[in-house]
Ligand binder design. Sequence first.
Ligand SMILES: CC(C)(COP(=O)(O)OP(=O)(O)OC[C@H]1O[C@@H](n2cnc3c(N)ncnc32)[C@H](O)[C@@H]1OP(=O)(O)O)[C@@H](O)C(=O)NCCC(=O)NCCS
Length: 187
Amino acid sequence: MSRSDAPAGTILETERLRLRRLEPGDLEALHALYSDPEIRRYFPEGVLTHAQTKAELDWFVAGDPDHPALGLWATVLKPGGEFIGRCGLLPGIVEGRPEVEVAYLIDKRHWRRGYGAEAAAALVRYGFDTLGLTRIIAFVDPANAASAATARKAGLALEREIALEGMRTAIYTIERRRDADETDSSS
Ligand SMILES: CC(C)(COP(=O)(O)OP(=O)(O)OC[C@H]1O[C@@H](n2cnc3c(N)ncnc32)[C@H](O)[C@@H]1OP(=O)(O)O)[C@@H](O)C(=O)NCCC(=O)NCCS
């Protein structure tokens, strides 16, 4: 978790990862991931151009004015800071209900080393403990076994499937346990 002596821009730390604010200098590393058809296989919009990647990066560098505590964050290895992906918590509306989504994307050169699950689990803890969220969801293409397994490893469970922009999408969810945020004054 984030510590007071962590480098500036740190959102949270895990044993092996640091999630920090995205910076303009992340553009080429981010574009290398966003332009890779294998990494972007399950994104409805597919690969992004350099200009599209820059527009998205600019948005997250500036921060969402309506949700400044949320965002996508550079996911870097400790201690050297190698950029291996971007993960975060994003606002959205699903069937009329405001939700916060945990999002994860890791460089394929680093897949299956536990980084995706490590980041996702840390984001869930951060969302509940630091941001005070009560519910976090993940959108999962039912064909994306890696995404479903990552959501499950972070404690989310399949809630339902919906049609999202014409695509069948599984909604995984986790809710903060009530006893985690209540003092035991009722018993
Ligand atoms: C989803 C993603 C972040 C997982 O990252 P990762 O670092 O490889 O994940 P982990 O090593 O932490 O593995 C987490 C779980 O997923 C499973 N997993 C990983 N890749 C898998 C694959 N290709 N097929 C099936 N399961 C897979 C792991 O086995 C593990 O589950 P287990 O411990 O129960 O076996 C990564 O595959 C990715 O970035 N994909 C492209 C972007 C994407 O599709 N993001 C999600 C949708 S928006």
